[in-house]
Design a protein around this ligand. Structure first.
Ligand code: FES
Length: 742
């Protein structure tokens, strides 16, 4: 609990405020280098610590940061002309260099020395590893930049991203120092059965009320939360605060990643979150595009999608999920999959910290034992802010080496002193294999139906969230809507061949015809333009959760063959090779509820079937493609509105033949998706993924036991005959064939 005066002291950051003056003693990450990509490019509005500033890059590559109001009569330099080594105000042409000197004053007489007396407020900038830093403090010679590991290692080893948080900086920082919320907000619905016994995750979900210790450090504060682990040991998670706004959290379960987070005040009620990490593998991101939190547990994966940046003071790095749409909370997911129903760790944190209001009134707090790190850090911040007022330099400002810190999860003997024992593992610029618990070192693929189901829960969340994503369907968009292993890749090749004239210029077919629900896992945004028009997507979503308003090519396949093909696809790739027998897979996944990540074959078929007589849909059977590929290619071309000649159709059909696709197998083996799934589940990258099989019709009659065949027939009768009226798949196929002939 804080008094209103204390709360103001901690949260107000404008010029002249104690906290604002404290922060101005340090270098501040101001913007990404990529935001000023070109010399003499357009200036950029930037608000920092409540000051409206204009950033620009000169012809020699230097970065200038000037107060936005021109010192002449206050016109905004945002409209300025970026000319050579300075920014020229468009009102009367006064020009200022990066130091704020007026270097040209065309409205004054030629012999006037007035320009020498006029200065724009300017802050020095420097760039390191993709970040533009600025110093807004009083020193003539700024202090050194802090030795932050992810900002010092070669840029190809590191990853930086930023995101707007619409609340005061301190309540965002409080979230990083509050170790207790991990086991509830993020992992509250994860049960011990869903994680590997003996892993960090396991200890986290088996004890949601860990013990806490907190100490002061030379550079801030440090907290250790501890849980009982195996054989008189404890699992410790180390959190650190570094002046003035950095948080080091133990990333994920391994403690092997260097991660620095910064909460930089834009003004009193907005904050820019900075995430700098090494290595970048846990967060497969593309700058300015889709990003994802990827931890291998249900509820922790989700989209972190960005709206396009605007030139507004608050228009940079805004997320699509925000208060206006309740952060896309999904009550069904909340009930069945994750604790919150909100997709991903970042969005969960954003929702709760912003839900407190722009500046939370801390007079009404009731802090508990798990809030000790927050309490101590606030005290340190208030003390430092008052010290600066008294002329005392704040912690670590002149000691960049103090920032060579990491936080880590580590197993320690019960008798160990947590501070001493973690001194080594906290050192930056080193590797610490000793910090990884044995159970986490080798994550294997699931080997039982139960393990497969647990992994599927995670995928289910990815799939479920996909249906709720903000996506602008265009009426010309084509969705290849199939149940898994029913000819999707084949149809992707046909559609792409038809729209490009047979181009094979791609690394993997799903990089040019994106897998709609999996695209963000691959670091791509399905809403992006594609290499050719019309846009085309593959999706396994049911119709009720798939994007509406497009055109749909539904490929159907005999359920028995789909089952066999799916099993062979999964075996050795998504489950340990041969650990699960095909008939067990049939009973435990294909025939059972809820089925795989995309649900059940039967629900999928029933959901799309009502479209089969509609103009915006084309229904094709896998077996027809085997029988007469040229005819199917011609039908798809007509559906796409193409007036293609025979030679062209022949080319596309030839490139969609099994022989041709097999010869170009590396372009169809789905490696990007496999790698993304391995990263998601933190396991070594897998075996060669052979996606193309010969696709023999009737394969299931040899591959499945008589009992499984009977179960398939019984399920067909119960699920499909009873609702759609077709006694068998062959009957349904004959119905479609007769329609196609009309
Ligand atoms: S207001 Fe900028 S030059 Fe006059």
């Amino acid at each position: 609990m804080l008094s209103p005066e204390e709360n103001d002291l901690l949260t107000r950051v404008g010029p002249g405020t104690p906290m604002g003056e404290l922060m101005r003693q340090y270098w501040i990450p101001a913007l990404m280098s990529s935001e000023l990509p070109a010399p003499e490019g357009p200036p950029l509005r930037l608000r920092l610590l409540g000051e409206n500033l204009i950033a620009f890059r000169t012809i020699s590559g230097k970065v200038g940061l000037l107060a936005h109001a021109c010192p002449h009569r206050g016109a905004s330099l945002f409209f300025g002309r970026n000319e050579a080594e300075g920014l020229r105000c468009v009102y009367h042409g006064w020009k200022f260099d990066v130091a704020g000197r007026c270097v040209d004053m065309p409205t004054e007489p030629a012999d006037s020395t007035y320009a020498q007396k006029v200065r724009a407020r300017a802050y020095p900038c420097t760039e390191r590893n993709g970040i533009i830093w600025t110093y807004m403090g009083p020193r003539e010679v700024p202090p050194p930049l802090p030795d932050l590991e992810p900002n010092l290692l070669p840029s190809e080893q590191t990853r930086v991203w930023t995101a707007l948080r619409e609340c005061n900086w301190l309540q965002a920082l409080d979230g990083d120092l509050d170790a207790a919320h991990l086991g509830l907000l993020h992992l509250g619905s994860v049960s011990p059965e869903q994680v590997t016994p003996g892993s960090f995750d396991y200890y986290t979900v088996t004890d949601r009320a860990p013990g806490h210790k907190v100490i002061d450090t030379e550079y801030g504060t440090m907290s250790g939360t501890y849980r009982l682990a195996a054989a008189d040991t404890y699992y410790w998670r180390i959190y650190q605060f570094l002046f003035p706004f950095y948080a080091l959290i133990p990333p994920g379960a391994l403690g092997q990643q260097a991660l620095v987070r910064a909460w930089v005040p834009i003004d009193d009620t907005h904050t820019m979150f900075w995430n700098m990490s090494v290595p970048p593998t846990r967060l497969p991101v593309e700058e300015g595009r889709v990003r994802i939190n990827a931890q291998p547990l249900p509820g922790t994966t989700g989209w972190v999608e960005f709206l396009p940046n605007t030139t507004d003071w608050l228009g940079r790095w805004r997320l699509k999920g925000d208060a206006s749409n309740d952060y896309f909370v999904d009550r069904e997911v909340q009930r069945t999959v994750s604790f919150t129903g909100i997709g991903g760790v970042h969005l969960q944190d954003k929702a709760v910290t912003e839900s407190m209001g722009r500046i939370v009134d801390r007079a009404h707090e009731h802090l508990g034992t798990t809030d000790e790190m927050i309490i101590r850090t606030r005290r340190r911040l208030m003390r430092a802010a008052l010290d600066v007022q008294a002329g005392i330099a704040p912690p670590a400002v002149d000691n960049p080496e103090l920032y060579r810190q990491r936080s880590a999860g580590v197993i320690l003997p019960g008798s160990a002193d947590w501070v001493e024992a973690t001194e080594k593992v906290r050192q930056a610029f080193a590797s610490h294999p000793e910090a990884v618990p044995p159970a986490s070192r080798e994550r294997k693929r699931p080997a039982t139906l139960e393990e497969f189901a647990a992994a599927d829960e995670h995928m289910r969340m990815v799939v479920h969230t996909a249906g709720r994503r903000a996506f602008q369907t265009r009426p010309t968009d084509i969705f290849i809507a199939t149940f898994p292993k029913c000819g999707t890749t084949w149809m992707q090749q046909i559609v792409h061949g038809l729209r490009t004239g047979g181009s094979m210029d791609f690394d993997d077919i799903s990089l040019v015809v994106p897998f709609f629900e999996m695209a963000p896992l691959l670091g791509s945004d399905p809403d992006m333009p594609q290499v050719a028009e019309p846009r085309a997507f593959k999706t396994h979503l049911r119709r009720d959760v798939a994007p509406k308003g497009g055109r749909y090519i539904c490929v159907l396949r005999d359920p028995g063959d789909a089952l066999v093909s799916w099993y062979h696809y999964v075996n050795g790739v998504l489950v340990e090779r041969d650990a699960i027998a095909i008939d067990d897979f049939a009973r435990g996944v294909f025939l059972s509820a809820p089925g795989g990540p995309w649900g059940r074959y039967w629900d999928h078929l029933r959901s799309w079937w009502p479209l089969h007589e509609r103009e915006e849909a084309l229904f094709v059977c896998f077996e027809q493609m085997k029988q007469d590929l040229a005819d199917v290619v011609a039908r798809v071309a007509r559906f796409m509105g193409l007036d293609a000649d025979g030679a062209f159709l022949e080319l596309v059909a030839r490139q969609a033949s099994f022989e041709y696709m097999h010869q170009h197998g590396r372009q169809f083996d789905g490696k990007p998706t496999l790698r993304a799934l391995d990263t998601l589940h933190e396991r070594p990258s897998g075996e060669t993924w052979v996606k193309l099989r010969s696709g023999r019709v009737g394969d299931h009659r040899h591959a499945l036991s008589a009992e499984t065949q009977e179960a398939l027939s019984a399920t067909w009768q119960r699920e499909i005959e009873a609702t759609l009226g077709f006694a068998s798949y062959d009957e349904l196929r004959a119905h479609l064939a007769s329609r196609a002939r009309r």
